[in-house]
Write a protein that binds this ligand. Structure first.
Ligand code: NAP
Length: 245
């Protein structure tokens, strides 16, 4: 796999899955633009280490997203791959309906769905100019199973799965659109999810949670392909299979 000459923008790349994905693309030859919202120092450090550029922007702010994409294109001369990884949640038991305030709904949908839409809409004109332009959305197994940190989060990822399919249909053959749906991944986000981790280790055929690098591998696979589009690729070590019994 060789991404030499390709420019890749990874949103939310200061830690976890985004960081590992930025590092993997760079190791495979890509020029990588690293984004984050508030963890500016961490984002800058990732960009510096992999020889890329850093771009601060809240993906829920369309003006900031468009300025970021302009800066990426001005700095690197184009854009070939967009990894829509930035996302947010709050842990709320699904039965606790009262805890799901309007603020929770608006923030989670505003970042996970509308923010992803802003980045996508801003990037598409540039991706069309690429030989193999593509988008990979990071969704979750919570988008298609009765699991997830809270109901708005799972609903947002279900929306993202559907956005992936609709956009693949709308943007082909110029731009391919796929998604990766991870199960539990060891990142700062899930650092203290010990009970979930134990359940995954007990039940999943692969016997462990994913590492960020497992998700990064799926991202480069989908970006490297030239024909796959409209797919949501589950990366959960088989965990959801074990729930069928
Ligand atoms: N970890 C899991 O088990 C798991 C499972 C399935 C799916 N996912 C998905 O994977 C993605 C990454 O999660 P992670 O576990 O790697 O989390 P993480 O380590 O907490 O990283 C989240 C990244 O997103 C950035 N971010 C958050 N809101 C943003 C915004 N509005 N604009 C720009 N950047 C923003 C963060 O930067 P700032 O801190 O600067 O905001 C950070 O760089 C998310 O979409 C999540 O839903 C995670």
């Amino acid at each position: 796999m060789d991404f030499s000459g390709k420019v890749v923008l990874v949103t939310g790349a200061s830690s976890g899955i985004g960081k590992a994905t930025a590092e993997r693309f760079a190791a495979l030859g890509a020029t990588v633009a690293v984004n984050s919202r508030s963890s500016v120092e961490e984002g800058r450090a990732v960009a510096e280490r992999i020889g890329g550029s850093y771009h601060q922007a809240d993906i829920a702010d369309e003006g900031a997203v468009l300025r970021m994409i302009d800066a990426v294109v001005a700095t690197h001369g184009g854009l070939d791959v967009l990894i829509n990884n930035a996302g947010t949640t709050t842990v709320i038991p699904h039965a606790d309906l009262a805890a799901v305030t309007d603020e929770v709904w608006n923030r989670i949908l505003g970042v996970n769905i509308i923010g992803t839409w802003y980045a996508t809409r801003g990037a598409v004109p540039h991706l069309r100019g690429s030989e193999n332009g593509s988008i990979v959305n990071i969704t979750s197994i919570a988008g298609s199973n009765a699991v997830g940190s809270c109901i708005p989060y799972s609903v947002s990822k279900a929306g993202l799965d559907q956005m992936t399919i609709l956009l693949a249909n709308a943007l082909g053959p110029d731009v391919r659109v796929n998604a990766v749906a991870p199960g539990l991944v060891r990142t700062p986000w899930t650092e203290d999810w010990d009970e979930v981790r134990a359940a995954v280790e007990r039940a999943a055929p692969m016997g462990r949670e994913a590492m960020p690098e497992d998700v990064a591998e799926a991202c480069t696979y989908l970006a490297d392909s030239t024909f796959i589009t409209g797919e949501v690729l589950t990366v959960d070590g088989g965990h959801m299979l074990s729930r069928a019994f």
